[in-house]
Design a protein around this ligand. Structure first.
Ligand SMILES: *Cc1c(COP(=O)(O)O)cnc(C)c1O
Length: 426
């Protein structure tokens, strides 16, 4: 009998997990421990020297997080994963492994607002310089490349939703420049899109959103695609030069196609410290078991709500690639054929005041700053997350006075629509 390759839903339930060898526990236990007893002095020495795999201290590895790492890596089709405390921590560790002060990376200018802040301010203080490019114009990535460029960073479906990035075209730019393509796949999840299939080398996730899926825990994850040759030139010293702190080993030589995940763990996570708590790893793992079911329902509901809004007399526009005629409709067919996700924006003819009124009158929707919950969520960026910006800056960031962002939950779609209907009528 030939061995079957398990399907996505099977991997979502089983990848990385097995019954606990000592107790038989079927669900993955929460290994709520800081540290692990060594077998003897030689064992300890080989662990510290990276000559053997094993647990030393939960800042670096933990058995509950290890199941989560293996599961997300399997769902993405990568070689290894690293779980960390948040999506933002994942971004810090990925660039820490690639950049030295004075280096540049090229990033899409349509990203989660928190990432734009992180890149513009905190990363600049580390000497990591972002150069912005426009995902709707692939040649702008080409023009942004310089001899100092170490990576390209994009989102598959860009938050606040509605923008589908032409990953395959941008991956060609990355290949010509000899740099890895990093894709934030938070909004799509591997259920809707697997960026490695389109040329991505490194995937990052905010587990906080659809992967965890229940609005109860912050977490992040890095997936090593195993696709990039770190030794082609001397551009990535952390991966291709001897490491003094590990008796001179060269990570790419020793760990091959999962060297990047190892670098993020044994240098980034070890020294910068944003470890995921085992309890959060457990909650997020439980969430991932139902990822395919939830994403189907999220997409079906979002499509219905987008269609309903596009026919509403108080609505001036809806930005959802699942709508025929949307500027990203064709890219969506290529990159997210199963559905366009649950996060999107729309405009109210009544402008700022109508936005404030809508978020004040909803009952089923929660007015808050998150996405990817089982519950339907709403925010009016101009009066909240983007309040500090000038009117011109707001419009440029896609947060003009009339813009409302939704993250559609998995309730009954009739109830979601009825809530928007009564709030718009109020
Ligand atoms: C939320 C989010 C992040 C940041 O993740 P945290 O877990 O909040 O740190 C990064 N990228 C995208 C697309 C997000 O939606």
């Amino acid at each position: 009998m030939t061995e079957r390759t398990p399907g996505f839903s099977t991997l979502a339930v089983h990848a990385g997990a097995q019954p606990d060898p000592t107790t038989g526990a079927r669900a993955t236990p929460i290994y709520q421990t800081t540290s692990y007893v060594f077998e003897n002095v030689d064992h300890a020495a080989s662990l510290f020297g990276l000559q053997a795999f094993g647990n030393i201290y939960t800042r670096i590895t933990n058995p509950t997080s290890a199941v989560l790492e293996e599961r997300v890596a399997a769902l993405e089709g990568g070689t290894a994963g690293l779980a960390v405390a948040s999506g933002h921590a994942a971004q810090v560790l990925v660039l820490h492994a690639l950049m030295t002060p004075g280096d540049e990376f090229v990033a899409s200018n349509k990203l989660y607002g928190g990432s734009i802040n992180q890149f513009n301010h905190s990363f600049k203080s580390f000497g990591w310089n972002v150069v912005w490019a426009d995902p709707d114009d692939v040649t702008s990535f080409e023009r942004a490349i310089s001899p100092k460029t170490k990576a390209i960073f994009i989102e598959s479906i860009a938050n606040p939703g509605g923008v589908i990035t032409d990953m395959a075209a941008i991956s060609q730019v990355a290949k010509r420049a000899g740099v890895p393509l990093i894709v934030d796949n938070t909004l799509a999840t591997p259920y809707l899109c697997r960026p490695i299939d389109f040329g991505a080398d490194i995937i990052i996730h905010s587990l906080t959103k659809f992967l965890g899926g229940h609005g109860n825990s912050i977490g992040g994850l890095i997936v090593d695609g195993g696709t990039f040759n770190w030794s082609r030139d001397k551009r990535y010293p952390m991966l291709c030069e001897p490491r003094p702190e590990y008796h001179g080993i060269v990570l790419h030589e020793t760990f091959g196609n999962f060297a990047f995940a190892i670098a993020c763990r044994v240098l980034g996570l070890r020294d910068l410290g944003p470890a995921l708590s085992p309890f959060n790893a457990y909650l997020i793992l439980t969430g991932i078991e139902t990822l395919p079911l939830r994403m189907q329902k999220h997409c079906e509901n979002a499509q219905a709500v987008a269609e309903w809004l596009s026919r509403h007399s108080q609505v001036s526009w809806v930005s959802y690639p699942g709508l025929p005629g949307d500027r990203y409709h064709n890219l969506a067919k290529k990159y997210v054929p199963k559905g366009c996700g649950a996060v999107f924006t729309f405009g109210l003819k009544g402008g700022y005041d109508a936005g404030v009124k809508l978020v004040s009158n909803v009952k089923l929707f929660s007015h808050l700053a998150n996405i990817g919950d089982t519950r339907s969520l709403i925010i009016h960026p101009a009066s909240t997350t983007h309040r500090q910006l000038s009117d011109e800056q707001k419009v440029k960031a896609g947060a003009g006075p009339d813009v409302v962002r939704l993250s559609i939950g998995i309730e009954d779609k009739e109830d979601i629509i009825a809530d928007l209907d009564q709030a718009l009528a109020a």
